[in-house]
Design a protein around this ligand. Structure first.
Ligand SMILES: Nc1ncnc2c1ncn2[C@@H]1O[C@H](COP(=O)(O)OP(=O)(O)O)[C@@H](O)[C@H]1O
Ligand SMILES: N[C@@H](CCOP(=O)(O)O)C(=O)O
Length: 302
């Protein structure tokens, strides 16, 4: 049996929605899994091929195994081929896409073996968020569109944290542009820069902007600039992301709703107009890749 999962990248936070809002983006990794008699073979092409392990500790392999285990299915052996397009450690959710892609591929195998065991989207959101830790990225790659995600504290010490998400339909006039630097930034590192506590006024500020972001994304794109303001994470991470911070400010000064994509360093710009040619030229001259992307649907398996 062979299945292929095509999984989109994602952008998390969208400014104020720290660990909550996300959006699936039209850059895709493809994972092809074939069941074999025994053993494991892994081949990786494209982004990260030289960096990730080609064996049982590979994120995609671990996610496939987790998906099979969750469905109660066992495979004698696996051949896994990853064709990666999503850049790693740039704030485009590559690790969440790897988790979602592996789980979805496993689910494709399960569906062929016994359709009654197939995992639902809600289970995929739960498993991928548990697995990777960022429900804003993971649920966007599962469900597509923009998402509001949440988590609930476990009832006891042995139960897992519970995750949920709903999909929002993004207003058709919203265009997405990302500015992707060459330099990497590990999410774990920039999360470490965040303070334990935040002032109440800043929390209230982000509550208003986060709620407004849902309105702006779905029906009032004219509110995007205000709706993408944030006081909870971007300023706190700025020292680790000087180029990103400069570009976010420069775009916002031109009236473009720009934010740090996930934990950075990519810049996400949401516009209703074509991205200004002078800014594109200037960003490219600094070595940033400027990509116009579609808002994507969720992971698909064939
Ligand atoms: N497709 C993949 N296959 C295997 N490992 C991956 C894949 N994508 C990401 N990873 C792992 O996740 C790390 C990046 O995760 P992270 O720092 O959260 O950044 P990102 O914003 O890209 O998710 C990579 O260095 C790599 O170890
Ligand atoms: N909400 C998380 C999102 C991390 O996204 P990534 O694409 O940078 O891994 C955070 O801001 O830490």
């Amino acid at each position: 049996m062979t299945v292929t999962a095509r999984v989109p990248a994602s952008t998390a936070n969208l400014g104020p929605g720290f660990d909550t809002l996300g959006m699936a983006l039209g850059l895709y990794d493809e994972i092809t899994v074939t069941t074999t008699e025994s053993g494991l073979t892994v081949r990786v092409e494209g982004q990260g091929a030289e960096d990730v392990p080609w064996g049982p500790s590979h994120l995609v392999v671990r996610a496939i195994e987790r998906g099979l285990e969750a469905a109660g299915v066992w495979a004698g052996g696996l051949d896994v081929v990853c064709r990666n397009v999503i850049p790693h450690s740039r704030g485009l959710g590559s690790s969440a896409s790897a988790a979602v892609g592996g789980l979805a591929a496993a689910n494709g195998l399960v569906a062929r073996l016994d359709p009654s065991l197939t995992l639902s989207d809600a289970q995929l959101v739960q498993l991928s968020s548990e697995f990777e830790g960022h429900p804003d990225n993971a649920s966007a790659s599962v469900l597509g569109g923009a998402v509001v995600s949440w988590s609930e504290d476990p009832a006891d010490e042995v139960s897992p944290r519970r995750y949920g998400a709903v999909r929002l339909t993004v207003h058709p006039s919203i265009r997405v542009v990302v500015l992707v630097p060459e330099e990497r930034s590990a999410t774990a590192h920039t999360r470490g820069l965040l303070p334990e506590r935040v002032p109440h006024a800043d929390a209230a500020f982000n509550v208003s902007r986060g709620a407004l972001a849902v309105v702006a994304l779905t029906s009032r794109p004219d509110l995007l600039l205000t709706a993408t303001e944030d006081r909870l994470h971007q300023g706190q991470r700025a020292s680790a992301l000087p180029v990103t911070t400069r570009w976010v400010s420069a775009l916002r000064e031109r009236g473009i709703a720009a934010v740090v994509s996930g934990a950075g360093p990519t810049v996400l710009a949401l516009t209703t107009e074509p991205f200004p040619a002078d800014l594109r030229t200037a960003a490219e001259a600094e070595g940033l890749r400027v990509l116009d992307l579609d808002v994507a649907d969720g992971v698909r398996v064939s």
